[in-house]
Design a protein around this ligand. Structure first.
Ligand SMILES: [Zn+2]
Ligand SMILES: [Zn+2]
Length: 164
């Protein structure tokens, strides 16, 4: 997503509100769907040669539950805060160089979303997961397997079920 900062020559601040496609293929979320629409909104403020972007990213991604392997919609609201500058000498640490009159927010948007992704996602705190003995989704069906005794030969399959 690119913002043209030409209008900021006359104004100290401009607002933006756009919907962009975000590609989360590299995040390996486990779902077949890898691109998601995201609403990106906020404002950009000019301070001399520097530009402060403040806003948010709203999107809904599909995540796989680590226990039952179900695919669930997961809402993300990520804060967007980035500093840009057209002055190369100022571009250290977190400040990103502006090329011409364009501020490219693509990396910032992706980064903001990735930061909000949960680690070890479960569809529900009470998710019963998949039976390690017979493979039944225990949220849907009950089975009579003894959960405390896992045959050693089945132990090797345990990883398959816990793999996301
Ligand atoms: Zn689950
Ligand atoms: Zn079972």
């Amino acid at each position: 997503m690119q913002l043209n900062i030409q209008t900021l020559i006359n104004e100290p601040e401009v607002e933006f509100d756009e919907t962009v496609e975000v590609d989360l293929k590299d995040a390996n979320l486990g779902s077949e769907q890898t691109t998601y629409p995201a609403r990106v909104y906020g404002k950009i403020t000019r301070l001399g040669n520097n530009y402060i972007v403040r806003g948010a990213v709203d999107t809904t991604v599909k995540l796989i539950c680590g226990r039952c392997l179900d695919e669930v919609d997961y809402n993300i609201h990520a804060n967007l805060f980035n500093e840009f500058s057209s002055d190369l000498t100022y571009c250290e640490d977190e400040v990103i160089l502006v090329k011409g009159t364009i501020i490219d927010l693509s990396d910032s948007i992706l980064e903001a979303i990735l930061l909000e992704l949960p680690f070890g996602f479960v569809c529900n705190e009470d998710c019963l997961g998949i039976c390690k003995v017979c493979g039944t989704n225990r949220n849907i069906d009950q089975c009579d397997c003894n959960q405390s005794v896992i045959d050693l030969r089945l132990e090797q399959f345990k990883d398959i079920f816990s793999e996301v």
